[in-house]
Structure formats: structure tokens, C-alpha cells
Write a protein that binds this ligand. Structure first.
Ligand code: 6GU
Length: 223
């Protein structure tokens, strides 16, 4: 999968790029490309945003700047871009990111994530360049960078080669068998700590019983 991120803060992704499953995904052929609108702005002084028409606090990302950045990177009118790849604007009021949307995006060959900053995007960016508008939760963050990393993290770990073959195959079956989430409780050594004992069934080595117990726990947790 090719993930392009349009962000005024590409350096924010350095940590993310070093995460094991991201490194694995990139080694397996995925790409993570950062596009900084400031590098492409037609305005002087690196300007990318402006005061909102009608007044109000904060600054708004300009549509001409995002147009120029997308056009420079893709070599086509960004109005057409969304017909060949998902162009996802990240804003707090968008469609909530959930496992289903993650699964949907993991099927794509290429996606572009638009990170807003300040008060957000000029609405024409969303209207004319975006195919999707996505939010990671009903709260407001200072920008779309963390949401972009959350989305990319969730999508990349779905791809083969990200978690290592065994782990991902295992996870897949858990996910289906447990109705969407590998959400049973986990325990490791010591088997008893301060009198807190690990459930006996997990210590017995009876795989069917363990599987039944986990399924039961997962069901109860998801209610
Ligand atoms: Cl996608 N952006 C911002 N700025 N805040 C958010 C969000 C996105 N999702 C939840 N809060």
C-alpha cells in the first residue's frame, strides 16, 4: 500500500516511521511519503493559511495551496485524483474510524491523507479534492497528524508482512472467531502475584478449553 500524507509537519512522522510494524511494512513494499504544502505554495514567505472570511479565531488552510501541493506531487488536477485513489481529509467531524473502515482502506492500493492544522481546511478542499472525511473520535485535536498516524498504523498492521506472518494469521482468525476483536484478557508469568492468580484454565494446556474460555471472555467484553 502506498500512503501519502500531506502535512505541514512531516518531522512529526519520524517516530512513527521507526515503529517495528511500519518498518516491516515498508520493507515488504509499502511506502509512506510525506508531502509538505509549504514546499509547493505559490504564495510568498511560505504562506499556507489565512484568516477566515467572516471573521473568527484561528487560521484556515488555503485551497490554492493544497491544490498546488497535490498538483505538484501527482502531476494532475487534484479534482481528478480522488477517482484513482482515496483522498482522505482528516477532520474531527468526519466519519468515525473503526475496524470496518480500516479493513476497507487496507484493500486500497494507494491512499492520500490530508492533515488539517489550525482551525482546519477551507471547505473547498474537502468538497473538491477529498473522497472521504475521517475522524478518529469525538474530540478535537490540534491537527490531523496524530489521526493520520492512527489511521496508517491501523491499516498497515492489517497488511501481510507487517506483524510477521504467524502473528498476522493468528490475529486474523481471532478477529473473525471473536466477532471482530482479539479482546480476551491476556496473562503472563508469574502465575500468582500478590495473591492474584491467573485463571486456572490457562495453565492447564487444554487448547480447546482455553479457546472456549477466550471466546466467552471476548463476547462478554464486547457487550
Ligand atoms: Cl481527524 N482531526 C482533528 N484535528 N481532531 C480530531 C480528529 C481529526 N479526529 C478526532 N479529533
Amino acid at each position: 500500500m502506498n500512503i501519502d500524507v500531506v502535512t505541514l509537519f512531516p518531522e512529526a512522522f519520524e517516530w512513527f516511521r521507526g515503529q517495528r510494524h511500519v518498518v516491516n511494512s515498508l520493507a515488504a513494499g509499502s511506502t509512506l511519503t510525506l508531502i509538505n504544502p509549504r514546499d509547493h505554495t505559490p504564495l510568498s514567505g511560505g504562506q499556507v493559511d489565512d484568516a477566515p472570511f467572516g471573521g473568527g479565531a484561528g487560521m484556515v488552510l488555503r485551497v490554492d495551496v493544497i491544490d498546488a501541493a497535490l498538483r505538484a506531487h501527482y502531476g494532475e488536477d487534484p479534482v481528478d485524483l480522488r477517482h484513482t485513489r482515496r483522498v482522505i481529509a482528516l477532520t474531527p467531524s468526519g466519519r468515525l474510524l473503526d475496524e470496518r473502515l480500516v479493513g476497507e482502506l487496507a484493500q486500497e492500493r494507494a491512499i492520500t491523507l490530508l492533515c488539517g492544522r489550525y482551525e482546519g481546511f477551507d471547505e473547498r478542499i474537502i468538497e473538491h479534492f477529498a473522497s472521504d472525511v475521517v475522524s478518529i473520535g469525538r474530540y478535537v485535536l490540534a491537527g490531523g497528524e496524530l489521526p493520520a498516524m492512527v489511521l496508517a498504523d491501523a491499516v498497515l498492521r492489517k497488511l501481510p508482512g507487517s506483524l510477521g506472518h504467524a502473528a498476522s494469521a493468528l490475529e486474523e482468525s481471532f478477529s473473525e472467531a471473536l466477532g471482530g476483536f482479539p479482546e480476551y484478557p491476556h496473562y503472563t508469568r508469574p502465575a500468582a502475584y500478590r495473591g492474584w492468580r491467573v485463571p486456572e484454565v490457562l495453565l492447564g494446556g487444554h487448547h480447546e478449553e482455553i479457546q472456549r474460555w477466550r471466546l466467552d471472555q471476548a463476547r462478554h467484553r464486547n457487550q
